[in-house]
Structure formats: structure tokens, C-alpha cells
Design a binder for this molecule. Structure first.
Ligand SMILES: *Cc1c(COP(=O)(O)O)cnc(C)c1O
Length: 715
């Protein structure tokens, strides 16, 4: 749920909708004008509950019922959660209901009726409606296409309509009115899970499709017009006293259609907290109405007059109290959730202040016209591609490189903005995805360029130029071929780049080689210009290039490892004046501590042998999490309680033994630091890379999917 794209518009409207529901139950404008109050509470506020249903249809039902593969699992889980919330709400309102005399002369049927249709307290009808509605829509989804489901639910809505706002029209029609009377023995209103909820659930599922291409203005206008018409509809029905209840209008689904589309175009960052808070405002506000009334009576007569009798002030007071209570609950829940598993076993902590520092430092080394184009391939060098890229977006970074199309899609789905360049080969089957997710493809050689051209639709590309690395790219002297690429109509050449392969070295011949690479690239740029092809973006340097050859920076610097605050090895040609800060820490827990007598062995192969009475701690991380097996036998170390201790025996898949002999108080639950700081001791990614005979890049990209990735709290 938290990897939604930019659905901030929906989240904000959820809050507005919650306050509209409070309005329905407090009638804020009655002190002033009853028609104005009718407009607010019986027309405008009627947008709220259908909106909640549509959001559920969009996020919970759409892909699961009408996507590529049917998948009921998440739907059942959602129903379970809704059921629990309903249960809590029932219990919460039981005392108030009893006190108000809602449950006098209960029959067994009345209990069922309340639980399934009416709700056990007046506003609680929403939960059973949601549950019943989802069940009906699942049934439809099982057997019908989306269009048919929409038609069926529209018919249900029409039936409901004549039991609601249009009841007056059929109240005297023989046969029909009896049928409705019979219905009203089953449920008190037709605005329930059978007639009202299904259409909006299906509409939400439907509107999910193609939501990227909607334009705001036409939808705003259409919503405005349809809402005015619905207002007129409501006022006319009210004038002729046709309504039995006032939840359902003919034009309500039309209004909702345009409103929802409009909100989808409101491209803001999702605010998860609003979802929780709005739900709790919804659940709690009737209790707050009671609380406000009671409290003012206890305090003073004057308080009652002030806070309850003026309908608008009463409304605002209830809104404030409900929001405060909902916030408190949301905070407790967030704490509980975070505590639930983020740091329970083995995890990565990201220091975003360090990331910001690195961005500013690297940018400072580059000329003003050169932008950072960070490499966030391989899950952002193991750090977490989405977390890192979104933070980079916030820091003003507007271009990224990835290694593959799925990596690019992952970023787009998370709402990452800016250019995304795929640095490597892409199978032609995925060319469609390049367009759909606005990715730029690298031309890896001439025959691949032809494939791209033959695809037949416009693709944005950067041409890779081989200036001596001989991995990918068209050779720098094949000017005719490169001109050909510029001339192919289907290829939009946005850029051209080469990659330096020895820019880390301070050996004379390596420096010469690197300079020759740069010169070959820029000569090609000139030759193309002479033949009329101006190349928009040019780039050469990666991390070592920025640090050692900033004069080669073109329009972009494809920084990877340096951005994460680390060099590949300590032997890299170093610019002493550049200080980068590591972003990542890797931590796990001590699971168990035990004593071994001298001579006892431990772990697979009994590879560890105690040479003295020994204390071993088992920590909850292994090679499946990226802790290399090459660190076995004391080559790698870990920090516990500020002490550096060696790995004992062989690293296992999920657990590792460390020798904590002589370190006092080590116990289960302690934090073991594998990369990062503990007390005054620090273990760096180099330390680990060196011990495992590799480079930091490999240490990072080996970090497993099972690790939780979290942002270290600031300060
Ligand atoms: C991975 C990669 C980068 C980033 O390299 P670092 O050395 O980590 O900065 C840049 N360019 C290309 C083509 C790459 O493949």
C-alpha cells in the first residue's frame, strides 16, 4: 500500500470527505438557513461516502478482479481488516447506543438486520455496506467483465434510488410499492451494501485504468456542471416532497465519475497518514458529538450555549475534537506498526542527511551546467532504489540511471519524477514498456539501434559510444553509423555518452588512456555537429570521473558509489579535500549467547574451535542477507556494545556466530552493527569489502531483499 504513486489528491479529499460526513451528523448551517444546510449536508456531503467506496474499488479490487491474474488474497485480508474495524466500532458505540435506547425490544432478526445492513449505530452502516458491497463485486468480478459488472451495479443503484430520493414517485404504484415495503422489512434504507456500495466500488476499479492520461480542466468543468444539476435535482425532489431518504441521486454517479478523475490529476505526494486519520475521524465523530454535549453541560450553562447551540461552532468543535482523537490513535498505531518488524531482525538504516551532503559536495565539484544523474540501479546499490530516488527528487535531482526496464518501472510506479535512462540492453519485447513508463533507452550497438528503429514507434535514446572500454557502445570513429541513428525518424536522440574504465588510477599510462577517451568523445561530438547533428545531452563521468576528471563533465554526471558516500576501494586515486559521508548502516540483533568450554567446536563443519573458554553470540544475519561467506573464520568483524568482535566459524544462510568472549553484558536483543558505528568504533563498507576480497559496490549490491530498509530519524 505504501508504494502508491502520487495519489495525494485522493488522500487530501479523504480528509475533506471525513469532515463532510461530520457535517451530515451535525447540520452546521441550521442556525442560519435550512436550505443552505440541505445543500451542504444532503448534496455536497453526499459525495463523501461514495468517494470512500471508489478508493477501495481502485486500490483493493481493480487489479485483483480484472487485472492479469485474479488474486483474492489481498481482498480477503482487506475484508478482515474492515471487519475488525467494524467490530471495534460496534463495541465503542455499544454503551452510547444502550444509553440512547437504540437496543430496546431487539428481536434476533433486528440484530442481523443491524449487523448486515443498517449498522449498530447510525453512522456505522458504512462498514457492513463496504463488506457486503465488496462481496457482491467479487462475485460479479468472478463471472463478468468490468463493463457488465458496471451495468449490473447500475441497475442495483437504480433500484435503490427508488427506495431513497425518488420514493415518492413509486409510493402509489401498485405492486411496486408493496415490493419496496417488503424490502424495507429487510433493511431500513436502500442506501446499503446491496444497492449503493457496488456501483461505486466498480467505478473506482474502472477509473484506475489509464489514470495517467487524464486532463484536469475538462473534468473540473464537467464536475462543476454535473454537481449543479445534481443540486437542482435534490432541491426539486425536496420541494415536491418526493424523498424518503436523501442519499442517492440520479446524478450522483455522474458527479463522482468526474470528481474522481479530477482528483486523480491532482499529482501530489501520497500522504498515508491522512488515510488512517480520516478513517478514525469517521469512526469517532459521533462519540465526540456526545462528548462535546456532555462536557459543556458539566462545565457551564454558558459553554453549552456557546459550543452547542450555534450549529456552526458546534460543527467546528466536533471536527477539532475528532481530529485530535484520530491523530492520537494514528500516532499510537504508527508507533506500533513501526515497532512491529522494521528493526526486529536485520535491517539497513539510511542516513538521508549524509545523502544530502554527498549530493551537495559532488554537485559542488561540477560546473553549473552539469547535473547529477545518479545511478540507482541494483536497488540503489542495495540501499533501496525507491527510498533513495524519492529523497534525491526532494533534493532537486531530476535524472536517474538504472540497468533495466523493470528497475525503471519500479521507480515510475513509486512516483519518481524526471528522466530515467536504462543503461543496458533491453529485449524488444519490452520496448512498449519504455514508452509506457517514459524511459530512455541506451543504444548499445548498431544492430540494436536497428532493432529500436524497426519497432516503428518513437523511442527516446542515448547513444553509448565505445571509447576503449569495449563493453557496450558504437565505436567513436564510426561517424557515419552514428549519423544514421540521428536520421532515423523513430529514434529521438536525447543524448550520447561514454564510460571511463580506468579513471580510478593514478598510473601515468592510465591517466593518458582516460584523457584519450575524453578527447575521442568530444571529437565525435564536433564531427557530428559539422554534419548537422547537435547532440542535446553529453555525459562521460561516473563517481571516479567526478572526483578525478571533473573537466570532462558534460551535461550529466552518472554518480553511483560516491553518492552513497563510499569509494569502491581505499586504493582509489583519492581527492583528499573531498569528504563524503556513508549513507548506509547494516545492523542485526543478537539472538542468543552461550558458553563453550576449551576445545569445543561450533557451527557448520565445526569450523570454529574454542581455544579457551569462549562466549559465542548468534546474530540474526547471514549470507542470504549479503553477509559474504568469505568473511567466515574471523576474516570479518562485527560491533557489539562498542566492541569489535570477530566472526566465529562459517557464516550461515540466516545466522552467524561471533566471538564475544570478555565482553560484558552481551545479551539477546542487543544490536550487532556490521556496517556503521557502535560507541566509538566504526566498521566501514571498505572494511567488509576488503575482508571479503571485493569492492564496496559488490558488498552493497549483495544486500538481500529480506533486509528491511528504513530511514534513520533525523537529528
Ligand atoms: C554503474 C554505472 C555508473 C555509476 O558508476 P559509479 O562508479 O558507481 O559511480 C555510471 N555509468 C555507467 C554506464 C554505469 O554502468
Amino acid at each position: 500500500m505504501d508504494t502508491r504513486k502520487n495519489f495525494g489528491g485522493l488522500d487530501i479529499f479523504k480528509m475533506i470527505a471525513a469532515f463532510l460526513v461530520v457535517a451530515i451528523h451535525t447540520s452546521p448551517l441550521t442556525s442560519f438557513n435550512t436550505t443552505a444546510d440541505f445543500f451542504l449536508t444532503r448534496e455536497l456531503a453526499r459525495l463523501a461516502v461514495p468517494f470512500f467506496f471508489m478508493v477501495t474499488g481502485h486500490f483493493v479490487l481493480s487489479d485483483r478482479l480484472w487485472g492479469q491474474e485474479r488474486d483474492y488474497g489481498p481482498i480477503w485480508r482487506y475484508l478482515g481488516k474492515t471487519g475488525i474495524l467494524y467490530g471495534i466500532a460496534i463495541l465503542l458505540y455499544l454503551p452510547i447506543g444502550i444509553y440512547a435506547g437504540h437496543y430496546e425490544d431487539l428481536t434476533p432478526y433486528r440484530v442481523v438486520q443491524m449487523l448486515v445492513f443498517d449498522g449498530t449505530f447510525y453512522h456505522l452502516w458504512y462498514f457492513p455496506a463496504l463488506i457486503l458491497g465488496i462481496l457482491i463485486v467479487c462475485l460479479l468480478g468472478r463471472f463478468c467483465k468490468l463493463g457488465v459488472s458496471l451495468a449490473v451495479t447500475a441497475v442495483l443503484y437504480l433500484i435503490g434510488l427508488f427506495g431513497d430520493s425518488y420514493f415518492g414517485l413509486i409510493a402509489d404504484v401498485p405492486g411496486v410499492s408493496q415490493a419496496y415495503e417488503l424490502g424495507f422489512r429487510l433493511f431500513s434504507y436502500t442506501r446499503n451494501g446491496l444497492f449503493l456500495a457496488p456501483i461505486f466500488l466498480v467505478m473506482g476499479a474502472w477509473l484506475k485504468r489509464g489514470s495517467e492520461k487524464i486532463k484536469p480542466l475538462p473534468n473540473a468543468v464537467s464536475f462543476g456542471v454535473s454537481f449543479c444539476l445534481m443540486t437542482a435535482e435534490g432541491l426539486i425532489l425536496r420541494h415536491y416532497d418526493i424523498q424518503r431518504h436523501d442519499s442517492m441521486y440520479l446524478l450522483l454517479p455522474v458527479c463522482m465519475f468526474f470528481l474522481y478523475r479530477l482528483l486523480l490529476t491532482w499529482n501530489r505526494k501520497s500522504v498515508g497518514a491522512f488515510r488512517t486519520i480520516s478513517t478514525w475521524i469517521y469512526i469517532l465523530h459521533p462519540a465526540m458529538i456526545v462528548v462535546v454535549r456532555r462536557a459543556t453541560k458539566v462545565v457551564h450553562q454558558r459553554a453549552t450555549v456557546f459550543l452547542v447551540e450555534n450549529s456552526l461552532i458546534h460543527y467546528i468543535t466536533v471536527c477539532i475534537c475528532s481530529t485530535v482523537a484520530a491523530l492520537a490513535i494514528a500516532m499510537v498505531l504508527a508507533r506500533f506498526r513501526r515497532a512491529s518488524f522494521e528493526r526486529d531482525r536485520a535491517w539497513i538504516e539510511l542516513d538521508m542527511e549524509a545523502l544530502g551532503h554527498n549530493v551537495r559536495t559532488l554537485q559542488g565539484l561540477l560546473p553549473d551546467n552539469c547535473q547529477l544523474m545518479p545511478a540507482v540501479k541494483a536497488e540503489g546499490y542495495g540501499h533501496g532504489a525507491v527510498l533513495i530516488s524519492k529523497e534525491l527528487n526532494r533534493l532537486g535531482v531530476k535524472a536517474f540511471c538504472v540497468a533495466s526496464v523493470p528497475e525503471g518501472i519500479q521507480l515510475r510506479k513509486a512516483g519518481v519524477k524526471g528522466e530515467i535512462l536504462v543503461l543496458g540492453y533491453t529485449h524488444p519485447r519490452q520496448f512498449d514498456l519504455l514508452r509506457r513508463y517514459r524511459l530512455i533507452q541506451t543504444v548499445v550497438d548498431m544492430s540494436f539501434a536497428e532493432e529500436l528503429h524497426k519497432y516503428g514507434k518513437k523511442l527516446r535514446v542515448h547513444i553509448a559510444v565505445d571509447t576503449g572500454m569495449h563493453r557496450i557502445g558504437i565505436k567513436y570513429d564510426q561517424v557515419d553509423e552514428i549519423c544514421q541513428i540521428f536520421e532515423w525518424k523513430n529514434l529521438k536522440v536525447d543524448g550520447m555518452f561514454t564510460h571511463l574504465c580506468v579513471s580510478d588510477s593514478d598510473e601515468e599510462r592510465r591517466i593518458k588512456f582516460t584523457k584519450a577517451q575524453g578527447e575521442a568523445f568530444f571529437r565525435l561530438v564536433e564531427q557530428l555537429k559539422e554534419r548537422g547533428h547537435e547532440c542535446p545531452k553529453k555525459h562521460l563521468v561516473a563517481s571516479n570521473g567526478v572526483l578525478n576528471y571533473p573537466e570532462f563533465a558534460g551535461d550529466y554526471a552518472r554518480v553511483g558509489i560516491a553518492l552513497y558516500g563510499v569509494r569502491s576501494t581505499n586504493e582509489d586515486m583519492n581527492r583528499a579535500d573531498v569528504v563524503l559521508k556513508p549513507v548506509l548502516s547494516l545492523k542485526a540483533r543478537v539472538a542468543s549467547v552461550r558458553e563453550l568450554a576449551s576445545g569445543e567446536g561450533a557451527g557448520y563443519g565445526l569450523a570454529f574451535v574454542a581455544k579457551r573458554p569462549t562466549k559465542l553470540a548468534t546474530i540474526t544475519i547471514g549470507y542470504a542477507d549479503g553477509l559474504s561467506r568469505l568473511l567466515s573464520g574471523g576474516r570479518g568483524s562485527v560491533l557489539i556494545r562498542g566492541h569489535r568482535v570477530p566472526i566465529a566459524g562459517r557464516v550461515c544462510m540466516d545466522q552467524t556466530l561471533v566471538d564475544v568472549t570478555g565482553i560484558p553484558d552481551v545479551q539477546a536483543g542487543d544490536i550487532a552493527v556490521l556496517i556503521g558505528r557502535s560507541g566509538s568504533e566504526v566498521l566501514t563498507a571498505y572494511d567488509m569489502a576488503k575482508a571479503a576480497g571485493t569492492i564496496t559496490n559488490e558488498v552493497f549490491t549483495s544486500l538481500g531483499a529480506r533486509l528491511t530498509r528504513m530511514v534513520k530519524p533525523r537529528g
